[in-house]
Structures are given as C-alpha cells and as structure tokens.
Design a protein. Structure first.
Length: 347
C-alpha cells in the first residue's frame, strides 16, 4: 500500500450529490431526431426480439453519435448519466423492451444477469403481498418494495429504464465511490487502507447457481488496475452471505467499522432523485454505488424498472486478482455478468 494509493483521487468522477443538485448537466435529453430514428429502427426489426438483434439491426444515424458521447462520459467522466426524452406510452410493453435493448446495444454488449439466462430483467415487486423483504439475497430484496442498500452489479455499465413507478417512494440513490474514497483519505485513512484489503464474499444460488453459491471468494472493496484506474465492487449482502461458510474468516472489528463508515459516507454524499417513467439511468459500476428508498404500489401505479447489464468496449483494465469475479480483466474485454465471458446476444 503506497501513500499515493491512499491519497485523494479527484477528477470528474469524484462528484457529490450536492454538486449534482447544483449542476444538472448529468441529465441529458435525447437528440430531437431520436424518436423518429427509434421508430424507424423498431419497424425494421422484422419481429426480432432481444437477444436476437444488436446495434447493427437497430440503426440510429444521428442518435448513435450522441450515445457514443454518453459512453465516453460513463467511462472517462462522472460515470453517471440520466437520459430523458422517452415516453413509455408511445410503445407497447414488448416494443418498449426492444427500444431499450436497441439503444443500450449502442453502448456495449448485454450480459446474462443470472444462470437461468435472464438478459432483460424487470425489477418489480414479485412478493404478491407488497411487503418489503428485509433479509435474504440481493435479488429477493430488489424484487420487493423494500429499500436497497448501496451496492454494485457485476457489469461495467448498469442500465435501468423506468417503465412505470410506484405511487409513493422508490427514490433513486446514487453515490460516487471515488468521492467516498477521497473523503476517507481525508478523514479516516486507516479505514481506507482496510477497504483496500480482502473481504470475503459469496454470491447466492438465485443469481449464479448452486455451484457458484458454495464458493466464497476474497476481493478488496477498493482496488486499482495496472494503470492505476480505480474500481470498487461491493455488496454488504454478499459479504454477510460469506460469513460462517467453511474457510471464511470472521470479519474483524476494523472491517465492520470500515463498512459502517462507507455506508455513512454514501448517505452523506449521494444524490437522491425520483426515477420518472421514460428516464434511463446509466451507471459505471466501477465508480458508483446505487440503491433506492422503499416504495408502495397501488391503484395509481406499479413500479417496474427494465434492467440491462453491459460490458463496455471502453472499460478500464482491472487488477489481476479480479479475474475470478469478472472472467477477463483486460480493458475493453467482454467480462462480467452471471456467466463471465458470455454475451447475451444471440449467435
């Protein structure tokens, strides 16, 4: 561990929620030509549905250049973009999925989100009761009405489209992990050093199958790639799932203190904003965490988010020790997802 590693990183990715509230330039409207181009691309699909098409089958002559700029901002800028300009009522549910898939294929390669082959997830209440799930796996929690703690998904880019929202709550919460890192560098460098050490994790069977669920693995919460690029992969739920499994050491008091400090800073530094129908939220999972507040569905509406995981061709190189989690650590590689190295696109 060098002094430089434990020093503030800075840069555009080190934003705070207060800064974004003053400067809404992270919220971008799709260009004027986008809707006509989307409708034309949709008409040209000739019945194809995800994953049987990619960006080649969904041409966007002017909008593609705009999306290329979004991709650069996600990797080299803030790591966070919210797109506006879509109206879900313009298309039926199946076509809305085609539109979302087609747009996102211009940013990267979609990945399987679990071992059952889920490629375009619907994040909504699946409990049938409207009750929050406060324990268990991350998937069980996310498919209920309860709040979600700050975490990352196993992809370079997490893409969410709000198809509809609940009648109350469901506020999106996003925080820069670079900002958390830099705050710890200033306030608690001792805890920052702990977060650069290994934390054992386990991924649950409902995400990666029984075999993967039985194999805990160690990985730091904060890390640097071979060129010094920062990355953070974290879910406290996965850390908790590993505890008590054979060969996994118990968390030390210092590790618990470091995770508590990380959570407190995430609350302090995050941006909170309602997620409105038609908006697309794009987050670089190496430099942001995301969560949400609890929500309520009712006669006035139900919350439903469409989710795609992407491997980005612009992605940073990762530490060699991340290969077990990501499959490939090279910059721009096809990596991540529930089955690393596999694209969700049809052959």
């Amino acid at each position: 561990m060098t002094a430089q590693t434990l020093s503030p990183i800075g840069g555009r990715a080190a934003w705070t929620g207060a800064e974004l509230a003053r400067d809404p330039s992270w919220i971008l409207a799709l260009p004027p030509a986008a809707l006509d181009e989307i409708d034309a691309a949709l008409a040209g699909l000739e019945g194809r549905v995800p994953p049987a098409f990619d960006a080649r089958h969904f041409p966007l002559p002017e909008t593609a250049a705009f999306l290329a700029g979004v991709a650069r901002e996600l990797e080299g800028g803030r790591g966070l973009v919210r797109l506006t300009g879509l109206d879900p009522a313009r298309w039926n549910a199946a076509d809305l999925k085609r539109v979302f898939w087609g747009l996102m294929c211009h940013l990267g390669t979609p990945l399987p989100q679990n071992t059952t082959g889920e490629i375009l997830a619907e994040v909504k209440d699946e409990t049938g009761s409207g009750q929050a799930v406060a324990s268990g796996t991350a998937r069980a929690r996310s498919r209920s009405t309860g709040p979600l703690r700050f975490h990352t998904d196993k992809c370079d880019l997490l893409c969410l489209l709000c198809a509809s929202n609940g009648i109350d709550g469901g506020v999106s919460r996003i925080v820069s992990t670079v900002a958390i890192h830099d705050a710890l560098a200033e306030r608690r460098p001792d805890l920052l050093e702990v977060l650069y050490g290994d934390f054992w994790r386990a991924r649950p069977a409902d995400e990666e199958g029984e075999g993967m669920a039985s194999r805990p693995f160690p990985m730091p919460i904060f890390a640097r790639g071979p060129d010094g690029s920062f990355t953070s992969q974290y879910s406290r739920t996965y850390v908790e799932l590993a505890q008590g499994q054979p060969g996994v050491p118990p968390l030390t008091p210092k590790q618990v203190e470091a995770m508590d400090a990380l959570a407190a800073l995430a609350d302090e530094l995050c941006v909170e904003m309602p997620f409105e129908p038609g908006q697309i939220q794009l987050m670089n999972q190496h430099v942001t965490y995301h969560g949400r507040t609890a929500y309520a569905d009712g006669a006035g509406g139900k919350r439903n988010l469409l989710r795609i995981w992407l491997a980005s061709p612009l992605s940073r190189a990762l530490p060699a020790g991340h290969a077990g989690q990501w499959g490939d650590v090279r910059a721009g590689a096809l990596r991540g997802g529930a089955m690393p190295g596999r694209s969700a696109l049809a052959a």
